[in-house]
Design a protein around this ligand. Sequence first.
Ligand SMILES: *[C@@H]1O[C@H](CO)[C@@H](O)[C@H](O)[C@H]1NC(C)=O
Ligand SMILES: CC(=O)N[C@H]1CO[C@H](CO)[C@@H](O)[C@@H]1O
Length: 160
Amino acid sequence: MRTIIIALVVGIATGQDLYFREPEKLKSESKNFTGTLGTYAVAYETEGGILQQEIGTRKYQGTPDEAQLIQGSVQYNAPDGTPISLSWTADEFGTQVSGSHLPTPPPIPPAIQRALEWIAKQPTTEEPDYDNAEARNADNRSLNPKDNVKESKFRNQKKL
Ligand SMILES: *[C@@H]1O[C@H](CO)[C@@H](O)[C@H](O)[C@H]1NC(C)=O
Ligand SMILES: CC(=O)N[C@H]1CO[C@H](CO)[C@@H](O)[C@@H]1O
């Protein structure tokens, strides 16, 4: 019985070591928020070897398209010792994260690739200009019950 209790206590202690570790102490840290809004630089390094940095800048500054750009990276060792390196970029196109440990999508099967290429080659149909009342009235097929196959089928169905 005593052995089981000791094993339990040791097990809990080991689990705590893995999941509830003390935060690592900072070795160095720098922050610069003195620039204009959206412009910054932060970086820190811990005694355990975590190295993270991020900078913020503005794209197309002074134009109507002005957007935020964030570029950052972090390096650390996974519990099994594997060095992990992760970097990210965020701008008007979204966030892109890269790291050699991240899973990558499987290749597109050849048949699907051929289908996608075929679709891309098809002529496009111009979309009606829905902001234009005249164009909206001209495209009235869905409002005409005769053309609405689903609805006429439904109407001919006997009630159960
Ligand atoms: C902080 O940022 C401003 C504006 O981006 C820059 O002019 C300055 O040199 C930076 N200071 C340091 C200590 O890097
Ligand atoms: C463009 C179009 O489909 N116009 C039709 C609008 O509806 C009337 C009858 O409801 C048709 O005669 C038009 O051809």
